[in-house]
Design a protein around this ligand. Structure first.
Ligand SMILES: C[S@@+](CC[C@H](N)C(=O)[O-])C[C@H]1O[C@@H](n2cnc3c(N)ncnc32)[C@H](O)[C@@H]1O
Length: 234
């Protein structure tokens, strides 16, 4: 499905969110407080919007974007970027990297699409170093009933129509909102993080929970403490 919408994906996002999706990605990249030489993994990178944002934070490091859609990756590569970005085609449930390869990882607007969230989190935790951070940015289910109602009217009513017009594939843009229905709410997702490799996880609501960032950290070896992290994330 993502192969079919790849060419118009970025423009459709900009129109559907009024450009707010770019601001959310900037928040996600900034939330990791990356060292300038960090090695970062962007899971389900798509056309590389977050990948390119991340690389600005790690001028001496590198960022690897992984996605299984060849057409989304083709758009990402065509967008260019500095030399320390690379893209690989792979399934995020079976990453082609040894354990402990990365300092940090990200995922944006994709967790709704993976078939097994627990397996995805465990695979992400595996390739992170001890104490490594992972931020997942995803559309949410606002807790305020009025905001939730307004958001759902837009998300389930307007997005499929706009997606048909701008994204060129109405069926795909009917599926994308539907994928939120069975997706866990913020609290349940935090529980999945804690049970699958990220014992310290916090959630940040964006725009009242229209989008959420879950920021988790892999455990440090026993006896090693990182006071700043422990107090911020517990
Ligand atoms: C909604 S797009 C998000 C792209 C990008 N992260 C962004 O912020 O725009 C979801 C992406 O997840 C990818 N994807 C879904 N499941 C995947 C999996 N199991 N392995 C690799 N990529 C996957 C799709 O190919 C698609 O590019």
């Amino acid at each position: 499905m993502f192969d079919t919408i790849a060419a118009r994906y970025d423009r459709a996002n900009t129109v559907m969110t009024g450009g707010i999706d770019a601001w959310w990605r900037r928040q996600a990249a900034a939330s990791l407080s990356l060292a300038t030489d960090a090695h970062v993994l962007d899971l389900c990178c798509g056309t590389g919007a977050l990948t390119r944002e991340l690389v600005r934070h790690v001028p001496q490091g590198h960022v690897t974007g992984v996605d299984f859609s060849s057409q989304m990756l083709a758009v990402a590569r065509a967008r260019g970027g500095p030399e320390n970005i690379r893209y690989e085609q792979a399934d995020v449930l079976q990453l082609p990297f040894p354990a402990g390869s990365f300092d940090a990882a990200t995922m944006a607007f994709s967790m709704r699409n993976v078939t097994d969230i627990g397996a995805c989190l465990r695979e992400c935790a595996r390739v992170l170093k001890p104490g490594g951070s992972f931020v997942n940015l995803e559309v949410g289910k606002p807790e305020n009933p009025l905001l939730r109602r307004a958001f759902y009217l837009y998300f389930y009513g307007v997005i499929p129509a706009l997606g048909g017009l701008v994204g060129g594939d109405r069926a795909a843009y009917r599926y994308l909102p539907q994928s939120l229905i069975n997706f866990p709410d913020a609290r349940a997702l935090a529980g999945l993080f804690k049970d699958n490799g990220f014992p310290h996880t916090r959630c940040v609501f964006l725009m009242g929970g229209v989008a959420n960032m879950h920021i988790g950290t892999t455990p440090l070896p026993s006896g090693v403490t990182q006071p700043a992290l422990a107090s911020a994330l517990s």
